[in-house]
Design a protein around this ligand. Structure first.
Ligand code: UDP
Length: 241
């Protein structure tokens, strides 16, 4: 059994980036649908009020420590994660691993044109990728039926879904449950970053756990969502008492 740290009842795997990629590779091809989630303070707080999200995360096959907040929370509990494994970086590493291991990839989500641009940029950087299909994240119910058929027909073994939390996690559990030997991962705004629409914080900010601040400066509208961070710190502190 893999080692986990519980942050406010959300089990988060104690893994490095290399171990996370390895785990995904071992899941590909094994029976059932497997889900990977990327935990940050906002997601953990959402799961406190959303029982369905909490259960989905508790049943996920891999939950990586995405945010600086969860690393901080572990330290408050006298535990520690080896490193941050961000969704954006994990997506990048998994695309490389998919290429090396001939694993078929499907990418779903983002505004019109974003995922196409993201994949063009990734191909320019990593070389030809085994991408068997992609679609934007805005579609009708009729189009959704075709997208699901397309995913199934494509034989994709790795499906990245970018609808934001918790929509992507619920969609994976509800719409992809019938797939076999497939790993699906919610990647939030990662296609926006890959497409060059959204910049990652400079490395010094990432290392100093200030990525949230950079994101806030770029997207001030996120202020309401980011109020989850102080609430999270308070909840972790209270949990410790
Ligand atoms: N999105 C989408 N379909 C939807 C809702 C959202 O494709 O119905 C996309 C949106 O364009 C954006 C991503 O989902 O690219 C959500 O990004 P966000 O940064 O909000 O994700 P989170 O912070 O939840 O990881």
């Amino acid at each position: 059994m893999q080692n986990q740290i519980h942050v406010l009842s959300v089990p988060i795997d104690v893994v490095t980036m290399t171990e996370a990629v390895q785990k995904v590779l071992t899941l590909v091809g094994t029976p059932g649908l497997h889900m990977v989630a990327t935990a940050n303070a906002e997601m953990v707080m959402m799961a406190q009020e959303n029982q369905k999200l909490l259960e989905v995360l508790q049943k996920a096959d891999l939950v990586v420590p995405d945010g600086a907040g969860v690393l901080w929370a572990a330290e408050q509990q006298g535990e520690s994660f080896p490193e941050r494994v961000t969704g954006c970086d994990l997506l990048h590493h998994l695309l490389q691993a998919a290429k090396d291991n001939h694993i078929k990839v499907y990418c779903l989500g983002g505004a019109e044109g974003v995922v196409k641009q993201a994949l063009e940029n990734a191909t320019a950087e990593l070389g030809d990728l085994p991408v068997v299909g992609y679609h934007s994240g805005y579609f009708t119910e009729e189009e959704e039926v075709d997208i699901l058929k397309d995913i199934e027909r494509s034989g994709a073994q790795l499906v990245f879904v970018a609808f934001g939390v918790p929509k992507q996690e619920f969609w994976i559990r509800e719409r992809l449950a019938h797939l076999d030997g497939v790993v699906a991962m919610g990647v939030g705004g990662s296609f926006d970053v890959m497409a060059g629409m959204l910049k990652r914080a400079p490395l010094w900010m990432q290392r100093n756990r200030l990525e949230w601040l950079y994101r806030l400066l770029l997207q001030p509208k996120r202020i309401i969502r980011m109020l989850a961070l102080p609430k999270f710190m308070w909840a972790v502190w209270r949990h410790k008492q």
